[in-house]
Ligand binder design. Sequence first.
Ligand SMILES: NC(=O)C1=CN([C@@H]2O[C@H](COP(=O)(O)OP(=O)(O)OC[C@H]3O[C@@H](n4cnc5c(N)ncnc54)[C@H](OP(=O)(O)O)[C@@H]3O)[C@@H](O)[C@H]2O)C=CC1
Ligand SMILES: CC(C)(CO)C(=O)C(=O)O
Length: 344
Amino acid sequence: MAGQEKTIAIAGAGSIGCYAGGCLALAGRKVVFLGRGRIVEAMRKGGLRVSDLDGRDRRIAADALVVTDDPATALRDADIVLVAVKSGATQEIATEIAAHGRPDAVVISLQNGVDNADRLRAGLPGRRVLAGMVLFNVVQSPDGETPFRVHRASEGEVMIEEGVDGLIDALDVEGLAVEARADMKAVQWSKLLFNLNNALVALCGLPLATQLADRRWRLILAGQIDEALAAMKAAGIKPARIAALPPALLPLVLRLPDWLFKLLARRMLAIDPNARSSMWDDLQRGRPTEIGELQGAILRLAEKTGAPVPLTKRVIALVRQAEAAGRGPPGLTPDEVTGGPRSA
Ligand SMILES: NC(=O)C1=CN([C@@H]2O[C@H](COP(=O)(O)OP(=O)(O)OC[C@H]3O[C@@H](n4cnc5c(N)ncnc54)[C@H](OP(=O)(O)O)[C@@H]3O)[C@@H](O)[C@H]2O)C=CC1
Ligand SMILES: CC(C)(CO)C(=O)C(=O)O
């Protein structure tokens, strides 16, 4: 696949889709954004602003963008389809790609969770579907800000399953560091460990940097990671190393006192002060969350292996309650999440 002339469709123009698509468009790639309502309207009206924590800040005028809410228009010419919808919309987007996409297009899931690429494969038999994983956070501008802005709020790469020649050349551009991996299942399980914090951020409502700097929250995250690692071990799953720390050391480092954690985990804490988590975005907008794909994946492993996951179950229940209440992030304290004071 020869990179530059390929047409890239962004299936789900939200935080990740607009950031990835924005970087690709700024690098001269042909990009078509498939989105919905609020964001399509904002991009058509005011274009797109793409910024990051390294100080890059670029704008793409509305008339230089191809933005549509029509799947046929977005997908019919695409050589590469980057899927960036939330997990709950995977089935629907697979149906749209099956109906309107080219049979030879390469479809890449950029979604969190361990099952989305497999779901796309099931909905797109005979098509080339690759797993991908985004390791950074993206913050969207508040409603009404013009132009609509997506800001990469932390460091990190995009990892994509290896196997298609020229794909990395087509996608690895300024602001979007893309790397091919042979072990994407293990990468997905490893990213899931980090994503266990999405629910805690959603439940407390604090910015990610503030929440992670507080040991009481880190103890809860460490407890969830302990449960997840034990369930993975019982199921024979070995998460990949995707960060400076090997997965097995994460709980240990998270349990360090604040001063030592801040010293050792500088990269983890190098986050824009406004960044929260994609699950916080969902509660904030009254949308269903991905709790069933994140903590839910650990619960399913536990049910198969018999590994005990009481904290995981409690976090799932609290997020479900918040979804049902529909009043946004509930602003819980660490004790309210655990059901009482917690020991180290
Ligand atoms: N945000 C982040 O920082 C990170 C997110 N991720 C993962 O990336 C994935 C995408 O997350 P994120 O970008 O935050 O999600 P967003 O909700 O910001 O973006 C998804 C967008 O897709 C739109 N959409 C859904 N279905 C369709 C459809 N059929 N046609 C057109 N548009 C559609 C949604 O519209 P509507 O809301 O109207 O349904 C929404 O605007 C998730 O799996 C997430 O976990 C991974 C790393 C970081
Ligand atoms: C990068 C990270 C972990 C940021 O919280 C994320 O994946 C998300 O918000 O979904």
